[in-house]
Write a protein that binds this ligand. Structure first.
Ligand code: DLZ
Length: 158
């Protein structure tokens, strides 16, 4: 990905890049699919409303958030894909599973972005409860899928 230098005066949230020719991969975890489907809808709507073409958006589902990393790698390694968005929801339980999954996916996604030099966005909710997840998947705290899509768009304008 080639970067061009941009001064602060050029950089604003109202000045997002043209994404009409950009290709996006979205990896969606099937765990807590009520939440991750809502995150996907938010991300998709945001990409489309900012000019992406539906035919340039590729969705891949993976079993759980732990698998988001490999799913992201499979998409990021495709030369045509410009940015990858990872969507998951890991809910705090009574065991240390939560910590292992969150750590693995955060590090894994970071590494995929660095390896392929492309934006790979961490759209993974890590709430304590299902209600907190619902609040962030189209509820009172908005939809973090939208935010993940905006982050991808901003990174493409870097
Ligand atoms: C096993 C597991 C548990 C307990 N909780 C979640 C969760 O809250 N969110 C999620 O996305 N995935 C969970 N998983 C599944 C793991 O991500 C993974 O799919 C399995 O450990 C198999 O590698």
């Amino acid at each position: 990905m080639a970067t061009s230098l941009k001064s602060l005066s050029e950089y604003s949230t109202n000045n997002l890049p043209d994404i009409s020719q950009k290709k996006f991969g979205i990896v969606v975890s099937e765990w807590n699919d009520q939440i991750t489907d809502a995150l996907f809808s938010g991300a998709l709507e945001t990409l489309l409303s900012h000019g992406a073409q539906k035919s340039n958006i590729y969705r891949k589902d993976v079993p759980g958030s732990f698998e988001l990393t490999l799913g992201a790698q499979w998409l990021a390694e495709q030369e045509a894909i410009d940015a990858v968005i990872c969507l998951g929801c890991v809910i705090q339980g009574e065991t240390r599973h939560f910590d292992f999954i969150c750590d693995a996916v955060a590090h894994g996604i970071t590494n995929v972005g660095l390896k392929f030099n492309k934006p790979v966005i961490f759209g993974v909710l890590t709430p304590d409860t299902m209600q907190q997840a619902l609040d962030r998947a189209g509820g009172k705290h908005g939809n973090k899928g939208d935010e993940a899509a905006i982050t991808a768009i901003k990174m493409l304008g870097f």
